[in-house]
Ligand binder design. Structure first.
Ligand SMILES: [Mg+2]
Length: 269
C-alpha cells in the first residue's frame, strides 16, 4: 500500500525533475508544502479524478501559484492525468504553466497573483454552507502572501459567516521571496492573530503526516473556520536546499539534480 510519506517523496521527485528539465524555479516552496498535499490527495480529500468537477468533491484552493510543481505532481499522482503529461511543463501551448493554471484537471483556480485563493475559498465555502452541501473547502496559502490585505478581509469574513466547512493551511516556512518573514513583514504572533479574528487555530509540524491528517480532518467542527498553521521547512527533504532563500529561485543544475534525487530516493552518498 502506498503511504502518504511515499506519495510526498514521489511528489518531491516530480517537482525536482520538472524544475531541472525546464530550468524552472520555486522548488523550496514546493518541497515545504509537499507533505500537506500528500496527506490531502492521499486520503483526506473527497475527490473524483475521473470527473474532476464532480459536484460532491471537496474544493482545494491552492494559493501558492508559484510553487505549481507540487500541485501538478500531486494531481498527477492522484490520477487526474498521466504523469507523462508533466513532460510538457512550461512548453508553449501546455496547460502546465509556470504558475497554477485552472485548465489543468483538478485545479479550482488559477493562482500566482498572491492573496486571491483564500477570498475565493471563503466565498465558495459560504455558498456550500447555504446549499447545505456535504463537501468541504480547503485553502493553502504561503506565509509571505499573508502580507496581502485581501487575505485579512477573508480572515475577517470567514468567522463572521461561521464557515466551519473551511480549512486554511498556512505553509509557514518562515521564508518569502526577499528574505525571512520576520525581516520582510513580521507575522508573529500569527496564531494569536487568527484566534483574535475568531478562527479555530491549530499549530502543527507541517511535515508530520499524522498531525496533518488529524488537523485536516473534516469532522468535529465547532461553528468556526479552522486554520492549520503548519510549521514547515523551505526546501524540506534535500539537505542543501533546506532553509535556503536561494532555492526560492534556483533551478537545480545536473549535479544538484543528481544529488537531490539521490537524497530523496534514500541513497545519498
Ligand atoms: Mg514562505
Amino acid at each position: 500500500m502506498t503511504t502518504t510519506q511515499d506519495l510526498a517523496r514521489r511528489i518531491r521527485l516530480q517537482c525536482l525533475r520538472m524544475c531541472h528539465q525546464k530550468r524552472a524555479s520555486h522548488l523550496g516552496g514546493a518541497f515545504s508544502v509537499a507533505d500537506a498535499l500528500a496527506v490531502l490527495y492521499g486520503g483526506v480529500l473527497a475527490k473524483n479524478p475521473a470527473a474532476p468537477n464532480d459536484p460532491q468533491r471537496d474544493r482545494l484552493f491552492y494559493s501558492k501559484g508559484h510553487a505549481c510543481t507540487a500541485l501538478y505532481a500531486a494531481l498527477g499522482e492522484a490520477g487526474y492525468y498521466p504523469l507523462s503529461a508533466l513532460d510538457s511543463f512550461t512548453d508553449n501551448g501546455s496547460v502546465f504553466t509556470s504558475h497554477v493554471n485552472h485548465k489543468v484537471p483538478g485545479v479550482e483556480l488559477s493562482t500566482g497573483s498572491l492573496g486571491h485563493a483564500l477570498p475565493v475559498a471563503a466565498g465558495v465555502a459560504l455558498a456550500g454552507k447555504r446549499k447545505g452541501a456535504a463537501w468541504h473547502t480547503y485553502a493553502i496559502v504561503s506565509d509571505g502572501e499573508l502580507d496581502e490585505g485581501s487575505n485579512w478581509e477573508a480572515i475577517l469574513f470567514a468567522p463572521h459567516h461561521k464557515l466551519d466547512n473551511l480549512t486554511l493551511v498556512v505553509d509557514y516556512n518562515k521564508i518569502q521571496s526577499f528574505g525571512t518573514t520576520a525581516e520582510v513583514l513580521n507575522l508573529d504572533p500569527l496564531p494569536a492573530k487568527f484566534e483574535a479574528f475568531g478562527w479555530e487555530t491549530l499549530e502543527i509540524d507541517g511535515h508530520d503526516h499524522a498531525a496533518l491528517a488529524a488537523a485536516l480532518d473534516k469532522g468535529g467542527r465547532s461553528g468556526r473556520p479552522r486554520v492549520v498553521i503548519a510549521h514547515t521547512i523551505k526546501g524540506k527533504g534535500v539537505s542543501f536546499m533546506e532553509n535556503q532563500l536561494a532555492w526560492h529561485y534556483k533551478s537545480p543544475d545536473a549535479a544538484q539534480y543528481e544529488a537531490a534525487r539521490a537524497e530523496l530516493e534514500g541513497h545519498a552518498a
